[in-house]
Design a protein around this ligand. Structure first.
Ligand code: GMT
Length: 384
């Protein structure tokens, strides 16, 4: 089988699942597949026109009657239309709710069309909160389970998420783990970093970075607490990339602690690779991460992650080798790891190299994208 025509749906805004879906589409397109993004706005990492990539916006009608505009239905309709017009081979949806329900509807719409019946298998990739939070909500659990069961293929981004889904959802499907990935040619240490680093920090200062959507699960206040302890021992700055509900609380905490001038809120940023590449350490003290894509992106840039021992993070970060792991909320231990490392230049650089090596060996695009291609082919063979 040659190149495939693949429809991809994800949340197009800032967030790990949208990043993975978009980067996957870009990589597939570069390998010659035709990729159709079907989303309510242009995925934020999809910048500029690229060969083999199409974008189809989902319009949702807002009639006065619709207190709750039916996005899932508009999405299903658009999926079916795009699949028919562009003769898609399959749909790949990221994040179960509501995307896999819409994909199931689109599949059924096409399967029952008189005279123009069309087979449209769909793959669902589980990312984390679609299972750990949303799936636990009784009002969503049955439909999430149903749409996972009905998927023609299911993947999870870590062993942790796979096992948790099988355990808590009690589904008969097999779930294949395909880890998240990073483009190691784009995410790499900038050897001429000094000039750009000077925009944010003095030459003698270390740079710590945090990247997230600032939701409570990320424990942004712990990031500030850890940094406060670090900067008392080591001259340093903290770059906070992203935005979200916990931002103002974190800003106030930095003001209260008298470190506001050292904590730089950069907001949502493009070209994350360039920002990460000028840091020394990444702080990711999350309550839960099914994978922790930010840690992986940092590792590829030789930035050492200091994270929590939760969810899929131990599958990404090897404690003491490619980063450090501590218990949730243990800001003293995480600060201790950072201080020790930042005071020892050769250990810092060595660990940075180990982190990159781990990223390259296990999570580079050339390792992971072929796994998706092979998975799609298996799904298509089964479906026809
Ligand atoms: O972390 C978030 O709140 C965003 C969420 C998403 O779906 O956009 O991230 C999840 O998917 C990412 C990409 O696969 C993973 O790297 C994150 O660990 C995962 N977040 C959680 O499990 C909390």
């Amino acid at each position: 089988m040659g190149h495939m025509k693949i429809g991809i749906t994800c949340y197009p805004t800032y967030g790990g699942s949208g990043v993975v879906a978009t980067e996957l589409g870009i990589e597939l397109a570069q390998r010659g597949h035709q990729v159709h993004f079907i989303t309510y706005s242009q995925p934020f990492r999809l910048t500029g026109p690229q060969p083999n990539i199409y974008y189809h916006e989902v319009e949702v009608s807002h009639y006065p009657l619709f207190d709750y505009p039916p996005y899932d239905l508009a999405l299903a309709t658009r999926m079916a239309e795009v699949a028919e017009i562009y003769e898609l081979d399959l749909l790949h949806v990221h994040y179960a709710i509501p995307h896999s329900v819409s994909a199931l509807l689109a599949k059924q719409m096409l399967a029952t069309r008189r005279g123009k019946r069309r087979c449209l298998p769909f793959v669902t990739t589980l990312h984390g909160t679609d299972i750990t939070l949303v799936g636990q909500d009784r009002s969503y659990l049955p439909i999430t389970r149903f749409s996972i069961e009905q998927s023609d293929g299911v993947t999870a981004i870590s062993q942790y998420l796979r096992e948790r889904t099988l355990r808590e959802f009690d589904i008969p499907n097999s779930i294949e783990v395909i880890y998240n990935f990073v483009n190691c040619d784009l995410y790499l240490r900038d050897r001429n970093v000094a000039q750009r680093r000077a925009e944010y920090a003095e030459p003698d200062e270390r740079v710590l970075v945090h990247l997230s959507n600032f939701r409570p699960v990320k424990r942004l206040l712990d990031v500030v607490e850890i940094f406060d302890r670090v900067q008392k021992e080591v001259p340093a700055r903290l770059l906070l990339i992203g935005d979200g509900p916990d931002r103002s609380q974190a800003e106030w905490l930095a003001v209260q602690k008298g470190i506001h001038d050292r904590v730089l809120f950069l907001g949502k940023q493009d070209r994350i690779n360039e920002k990460l590449a000028l840091a020394d350490v990444m702080l990711l003290p999350s309550q839960l991460e099914s994978f922790g894509l930010a840690a992986l992106e940092a590792m590829a840039c030789e930035v050492v992650p200091i994270a929590t021992r939760v969810g899929g993070l131990p599958e990404v970060v090897e404690h003491g080798v490619s980063g450090f792991l501590a218990d949730v909320g243990d800001v003293a231990t995480m600060a201790g790891y950072a201080i020790e490392l930042l005071q020892d230049e050769s250990r810092l650089r060595n660990m940075g190299k180990q982190a990159r090596q781990a990223a390259q060996l296990r999570f580079c695009t050339d390792k992971i994208i072929p796994q998706y291609e092979a998975f799609y082919r298996r799904v298509l063979e089964r479906a026809t």
